[in-house]
Design a protein around this ligand. Sequence first.
Ligand SMILES: C[S@@+](CC[C@H](N)C(=O)[O-])C[C@H]1O[C@@H](n2cnc3c(N)ncnc32)[C@H](O)[C@@H]1O
Length: 449
Amino acid sequence: MPGAFRDAVMSPPRPGPAAPAPPGPWTGCGRPPPAGARAGRYRTQHLVQPARPLGAAGAGSPPRAPRSHRSRPAEARPRSAVPSLFTVPAAPCAPGKSWPCAVRAASSATPRRSAMFKTTTDAELAGNPIDEVIGSTIRYAALTTAAKLGIFTALEEDGPKTLDELATAIGASTDGTRAVADVVAVLGWLTLEDGRYRNGPLAERWLGKNAAYDFTPALLWAYELTHVMWELPQAVRDGKPDRSLWERWADNPDAGRDFSAYMQVKSRLTVQPIVDAVPLPDGARRLLDLGGSHGLHSMAMCERHPDLSATILDLPEALADTGAAIEKAGLADRITLQRGSFLSGDLGTGYDVVFLFEIVHNHTDEENRDLVARAAEALRPGGRIVVLEDVRGEQLDEHNAAFSLAMFACSGDRTYSLPEISGWLTGAGLKSVERIALPSSVSLVVGTK
Ligand SMILES: C[S@@+](CC[C@H](N)C(=O)[O-])C[C@H]1O[C@@H](n2cnc3c(N)ncnc32)[C@H](O)[C@@H]1O
């Protein structure tokens, strides 16, 4: 099984009703939880030590300036000091040069990521981490606005442009265009040379039709996420957002289309190890892909297994471009689209395998238990349910915590632990449950009928 390894096998099935949820993600056994989450309680974690009083090193010693986290080697920094989800990858540079090279060469400025937004000196506050948070918001706003207004597309399609030409091309003011383009340039996504903007190395690699993986839909989706996150305080107070993501899409179908395109490009990076790892039952012919969206997983499975055909059930907005993609792949006679909700009703019968790929984090425990039970009914004996998820571990984990918060903001839901997911599967009468870890943050959790 290339690209995957099995790290837990739980069989035979647990008898009786569904397994109870674990006592809490961070109160169980195993390694002690990180500081700040001990015994299920949250505490303030000191990311930055208070500045040492000048001269405190002792008589005769020269006063030592406090050292910020930024000046420490990466491996010595606390992981949580600057969450990796919000950092910007460095642009590729010639050896020995700091980035972004093109900008540095084009101006006398000496940009560096930590100086994106800086209101204090390191000596005053030992490297103010709040500036980093505000700086990440500015980076986010500049990049999503540049994508939304088509700056990268205009430069890719029509070549380098002066400020006036760029503003005209995107139908925007020169002052506004300059404000956004300059930030995007210091981040390495554009360059400014001889008075002309052009796409920088990061944009050429990750954005546009010439990029191997065009993540433009991810930035467009990130723009929509602004609306979702704006209402996070209300959602936290009330226990859920006023409107789920899917309800938002009903008013704004383009957002659903952008989301689906984002899922598609993200999945292109991971689809092969997943297809390699899926333990298809012998002689499998029928796949039901719940929330299959862009169709990439169904298409890859059908390409790998010539006898397989698939049905993708998803909301209409998420399937807007899927039919065309399936047609283009020459799989229209083997993959069927079914528009509707999987949250109620019969899911059919006689399937060999049912996928629940990255969907349970958008639904409640009760909805998932019911969905898995109906998916199990749709399986033939010996058939399998395959759940693909960012499984919540016992320890507080930076990525999973951030992802779970995003899910809460989007739909009032969260990530789930292995005992919770396997509880739905065994509760639906499946015989054995196993977890298959993958090279990325997600795992497969598989139950057999
Ligand atoms: C995070 S995406 C996952 C897409 C795809 N399975 C993947 O792994 O890339 C979740 C999908 O579930 C779909 N979805 C959410 N609620 C649904 C519902 N009630 N009925 C059908 N599909 C739903 C969304 O439209 C979306 O396409």
